[in-house]
Design a protein around this ligand. Sequence first.
Ligand SMILES: [Zn+2]
Length: 372
Amino acid sequence: MDEIALLKKLISLDSQCTKSNRAIAFFIASLFPKKNCLITKLKKGDLDLYNVTVKFTGKNSSHPLIFSGHTDTVPLTNHWTTNPFKGNVKKGNIFGLGASDMKAGLASIISAALSIKETPNQDIYFLFDADEEDACTGGQAFLKTIKIKNRAAQIIIAEPTDGCLIIGQKGAMDMRVSFTGQALHSSKTSGSKNKKFNAIYKAAAAINALQKLELKWEKKSNQLFGAPTQAVCQINGGVASNVIPDSCQISINRRFLPKENPKKILEQLQKIIHKIDPLAKVTARFIGESNLLDTRSLIFQKAQDTGWKILRKKKVIVAPYWTQAGNFKRWGDCLIWGPGKIKMAHRANEYCPLKQVRQMTLCYKNLIKQLT
Ligand SMILES: [Zn+2]
């Protein structure tokens, strides 16, 4: 099966992150000899999820090469005008849910893996994780099971980059703030009672304070990454239109620069919120690290040479989104580099140019030869 037939098959396997990824995980595993392959079952609530590790043991384990790809897609939206599981091809583009994000990347790294016939000089891993589009259960599980010493690995995250080299990403944090007040009949309230007891008013004051901070950041832009960003994305409070609300929760999504420390970010947020309501509870639900790859690193140099030869592309950028590079950077240098259109991710009628899938497969094969 070539990389295009493989991509079509992967698209046909529904792996929305709201469901189990069993079918796609077992299909990927079935392509490799049992001795190279490990399927790990994970639990997320009632869902059975599966990580797949494919390993080619090398003559050395000192500088492993790792390819990473997530098996899940975002949930299907209503606006598709073509079958999202069929892999229809039109004008050189293949359409399907996850075509760009990131079944194209999976097809290319699997094809590269299947081309390995001899014992490589270094260990090569292909890590297929579950649940990246939701709670990152699979990526977190890999951190516990794969043992790599001394940040010695070289890692390719095969997310869609249009073949451009992505050397960095902002970090991402999801924070939850709970305000508590005191319920009373709405006819009995006053301006000062609202300030003291109304949980929604406390949340509103906090949102105002956060917005001042956001406007300040906008003026201080980092050359590579732009400004840090933050947004209140959810609000929930009150039980009836005639009861002063005694609770209100907001969730805040924060994107931070590599030089910022997530622990300090949380402390700063707590300080701002506690000035308004000392009893508010501020917690982090998800912290995803940022990443910045040194362009003097071997993996970057080799990838840039290869990319120029095969794709005629040299463009170096940073990602506006978060990837597993935030997790896997503890093993070594991470480069985000893969087939697929960034702008197509998480959209109806998602597609990927077939040419990119063929070219990136060649790039990965080439990189394996040079680095292992
Ligand atoms: Zn993705």
